[in-house]
Design a protein around this ligand. Sequence first.
Ligand code: ADP
Ligand code: GLC
Length: 531
Amino acid sequence: MTQAAVRVRRKETSRQGESVPGYAIPADPAEPRSSTGPSVAPMSAHRRHVLFVTTEIADFIKAGGLGDVSAALPRALKPTYDVRVLMPGYRQLLSSGRPIVTVARLPAVHDLPACEIGRLLCEDGLVIYVVLCPSLYDREGNAYGDELGEGWDDNDIRFARLAMAAAAIVNDPALLDWQVDLLHLNDWATGLTAGYVRWLGKRYVPSVYTIHNLAYQGVFPVERLSALGIPASAFHIDGVEFHGQLSFMKAGLSYASQVTTVSSNYAHEITTPAFGCGLEGLLAKRALEGRLSGLLNGIDDRWDPRTDPHLSPNFGINDWHGKRANTQRVRRLFGLAPSSGPLFAVVSRLVAQKGLDLTAQVAETIVRRGGQLVVIGRGEYVIEQSLIEMAARYPGQVGVNIGFDEGEARQIYAGSDFLLMPSRFEPCGLSQLYAQRFGSLPVAHRTGGLADTIQDGINGLLFDEMTLESYRTTVSRAFDLFRATDLFYAMRRAAMAGRLHWRQAVVPYRSLYAELLSEATVRSGDTVELR
Ligand code: ADP
Ligand code: GLC
């Protein structure tokens, strides 16, 4: 093998028409069952209405874990709540082949163009309301930027339009003939919704604002306030002001009834200067008020090596022959030489958060000790280049695909022995959960959700210090473990068996919604005040 195994695919991989099976989540045994069958949500007249606002959903468009959570959580909640999703009408939805029926029209307001609300029905009955505004959303690229990953210049308008549409649905139950009882917002791009509801609303509607990643905040110049219809009186330290600028993230943190994030450990970490990205003071205050909690993500039935259509063959616990066949397949895919050593993998956005600069250095240890490494990722140019150079240094031993490909990511989880996740911070992390489920042991930094989901020496390996030295030492431990076959297989079994399913992960969300809804009943009739 003399050629470096590098594939660079700059263009967005289209997710439309992807052959991932449906998202139907079996009914929770604890839920009342419908007479029509166990996987059909009971259509109780009492189900309260939840509007789940997001900027990604894995069915159509996904940049990372938010897309997975937005596909799974509303569905897991459906037996208990009438959850409907609201999101921008990106090209990926418009061209998906699924009908979108226009159900409402919203006028232009300030610099936000007029738009329509469309209704898209997923195969399993999930309703997605789509903000139809082609000038803002019908573009080549991903949810936030162009094909090269550059953020769109008008992202303030794009996501303010989404937020204003959400607020209109909340404030006018006649608009969709559906009264929102609770609003669930996700990440900075939806944060302004909590503000608009507060500034423009006439009744109190409880809201949950989930931080999937505090590092992305949506900060724009203060001059944009009036273009976006934000009252000047909201521009203060307890409102949307952040170091003299406008912060969408702060709108969510300041105005939502409850702030959540995606693991308990990260919920604590973000109240400290090391992880708080300058918002630790506000977050600590919200935590003191009992308004900040950590609710761990889960994974759903689409992530199952026994049924995943991208694997060949499918395999379950103890079917190490089946797993090994997937390993050979990944080696071939990446042009690696035959080997009996461990196969390490990276499936990741290529951004500083993920600590992959260190991985390029650790590759030397991996190859020297007889292992191999495959990477699929896309992101910052400098990191992409360093990985491409790494592959060129170790032809036949290291393979890199600069791209985003769901099927290939799944094959890698299935084929690898270890998944490298040296994240500097990690709110929850889903990749390590998928890797565990597919029998690949995570080797990860003990931070955020990685610390909450990986038990060192049981279902993965953790290192405490974010240094090259401790990362390297832990990779060496992985080699020792690989050779201690009995222990290695025992850990692999534990990892595959111990998945955290959304059926369990949804329970605290249900309780939180119930608490907020009963609180809202007490507060109903309150006038909404500007802070
Ligand atoms: P984050 O949301 O920070 O990117 P997570 O671990 O929560 O991290 O989720 C990442 C999700 O994106 C997982 O579903 C993972 O499989 C997927 N993913 C990341 N990079 C790629 C890629 N290059 N190709 C395909 N899927 C990817
Ligand atoms: C974010 C985080 C990741 C988390 C995901 C879903 O992108 O970086 O840790 O798992 O959101 O909540």
